[in-house]
Design a binder for this molecule. Structure first.
Ligand code: SF4
Length: 209
């Protein structure tokens, strides 16, 4: 199975083995072994350069590790630390119970210092979402939400695949893997809202600092 930048396979002990997709061809001995699913919390915190990862679905998961876990329950626990809430969101999506929230509605709910995000213009949304949410360097989630209740696209700068749950946002091949779990985005995250505030306040033009 593939989820984000992680491959999950059956391990020799009958449990599950997780590793970075880029490390698929690495010999086991080249990778640091973890057997506690809670180690995923630490592995997800920093990228290869040691920089904090505020967005867990950013395409910068660190390399060089493998997790050999006792059973499926342990594998699920680890995946929920790497990608919080994403397995559950996909299950809800498959059951027809995932209801995306339009961006304007998310911004309309903001209070306090984030209320100002309601003033963001259409052009600013287009640039911000197109830059901040892009899969190559931004975020690996598949966007399900619309810009507004009229159904406007979140950004004209993103390819149609960014909104397709069957598409692998990593851009890597997944032919040899039977199942694939997309990282779905049903509502704009707090980081995007914070960037929207910066744009409106004139501190950023497109979400980049
Ligand atoms: S709004 Fe969704 S797609 Fe965009 S950065 Fe946040 S989690 Fe990723």
């Amino acid at each position: 199975m593939i989820i984000g930048q992680i491959i999950v396979r059956e391990s020799a002990n009958g449990g599950g083995e997780l590793r970075h997709r880029d490390d698929l061809k690495c010999a086991d001995g080249e990778l640091t072994l973890h057997t506690d699913p809670e180690d995923a919390v630490g592995l997800a915190l920093y990228d290869d350069a040691g920089a904090y990862r505020p967005l867990k679905t950013a395409p910068n998961l660190r390399h060089g590790w493998r997790m050999v876990l006792a059973d499926g329950a342990a594998a699920r626990l680890a995946l929920d630390s790497f990608y919080p809430g994403r397995r559950g969101a996909f299950a809800a999506f498959q059951a027809g119970r995932l209801h995306p929230t339009p961006l304007r509605e998310t911004l309309g709910r903001q209070t306090g210092m984030y209320r100002v995000t309601q003033k963001i213009t259409e052009e600013q949304i287009d640039a911000l979402v197109g830059s901040f949410c892009r899969s190559d360097g931004g975020c690996l989630r598949t966007i399900l939400w619309k810009r507004d209740t009229a159904g406007a696209a979140p950004s004209s700068l993103l390819p149609s695949e960014k909104f397709d749950p069957t598409h692998d946002q990593s851009g890597q091949t997944r032919e040899q893997f039977a199942s694939f779990v997309p990282l779905l985005c049903q509502e704009a995250c707090n980081l995007l809202v914070a960037k929207a505030r910066a744009v409106v306040k004139g501190k950023s033009s497109s979400g980049k600092e």
